[in-house]
Design a protein around this ligand. Structure first.
Ligand code: NAI
Ligand code: 5RP
Length: 299
């Protein structure tokens, strides 16, 4: 198969490498010329614009968008629009709001797959977990690409119609916020509690067989190993928040109580007041662990 990939940042580049590794052809474009040149060095065919990428793919185009959510997705689709017809398939692998994906699916001539992607830059080696929404035929058509980008055939599935992939990923992120918050609170209590504990050792011990072992807990262990028991100069400011906000808005609309997810989101907003909470500092460091998001540091 031949796949066009637009957006070659932390996540898009992994899509390119894994699809090339599986023996497919890849045509790439990014507004950053250096990223295009790097991907070309790795074996992809470079394109000089979105129109050029579409031209290089010919008919029955398969295109994966991995650009920041919001305007960049609409901008890329606007440029693709004159080249697309109903035989083509466009995948949006970013963290787009699910209602935007429903709107895009309705207004695009191509079949549109909204694909929630989880696993962060660590997915380079492991592969991602992919939650896909959209027409069944288009999902089936892209299975060889999903097999390559995901952990394997079990690492992806079609969730349902347009919007459902990004809907499931949105709620995944709400769960992620609450898990980060609860690990943060536990370690904050340990850090300020009765014993002088080595938190890396606690995390390591928990990760070996404990009920609460998980990848996020492995990232806690990594954070203590790399930053120190007191998290060094990691500031108590946690960035991000859009996907958690959407999750809480949806819960309010559906009248489903999600107090833990709401509280975790509120903690993030509260962290911007800067009062030195350990749990917030660990949450910020975990965002680096799974997403390579920048860690605000203390002055
Ligand atoms: N980093 C993470 O852990 C995860 C990120 N995501 C989502 O994946 C998407 C991409 O994320 P990252 O790779 O982390 O971002 P990034 O900032 O590392 O890369 C985005 C790339 O898109 C390019 N770009 C922006 N506008 C463009 C346009 N109009 N045309 C072509 N290229 C354009 C940028 O130059 C950049 O190379 C986002 O929606 C993000 O929320 C999803 C799961 C995990
Ligand atoms: O989707 C992700 C992880 O699953 C990304 O890392 C995302 O950026 C995290 O969300 P936020 O920016 O709101 O912390």
């Amino acid at each position: 198969m031949e796949l066009g990939v637009i957006g070659l940042g932390r996540m898009g580049r992994i899509v390119v490498d894994r699809v090339l590794e599986a023996g497919h052809e890849v045509v790439v474009f990014d507004i950053d010329e250096e990223s295009v040149a790097d991907a070309a060095d790795a074996g992809a065919r470079p394109a000089s614009s979105i129109a050029d990428l579409a031209g290089k793919l010919g008919s029955e185009k398969r295109i994966w968008l991995m650009v920041p959510a919001g305007d960049p997705v609409d901008a890329a689709l606007d440029e693709l629009a004159p080249t697309l017809d109903s035989d083509d398939v466009v995948v949006d692998g970013g963290n787009s709001y699910f209602e935007d994906s429903v709107r895009r699916a309705e207004s695009t001539d191509a079949a549109y797959l909204d694909c929630g992607t989880s696993g962060g830059p660590a997915g380079a080696e492991l592969g991602f977990s992919l939650m896909v929404g959209g027409p069944e035929w288009a999902y089936d058509e892209l299975v060889p690409v999903f097999d390559a980008v995901a952990t394997g055939p079990d690492g992806h599935d079609r969730m349902g119609p347009a919007g459902s992939g990004h809907y499931v990923k949105m709620i995944h992120n709400g769960v992620e916020y609450a898990l980060m918050q609860t690990y943060g609170e536990g370690f904050e209590l340990l850090a300020n509690g009765r014993y002088d504990l080595d938190l890396e050792s606690v995390a390591n011990t928990w990760n070996n067989g404990a009920v609460i072992r998980s990848w996020l807990l492995e990232l806690c262990e990594e954070a203590f190993r790399e930053e120190g028991n007191d998290l060094g100069d990691v500031a108590d400011r946690v960035e991000g928040g859009s996907t958690g906000t959407w999750t809480v808005q949806e819960a309010l609309e559906q009248e489903v109580p999600v107090p833990l997810i709401y509280q975790s989101l509120a903690e993030r907003f509260g962290s911007r007041a800067d009062d030195g909470r350990f749990a917030r500092r660990l949450a910020s460091r975990l965002r680096y662990g799974f997403g390579r998001h920048e860690v605000p540091r203390r002055e």
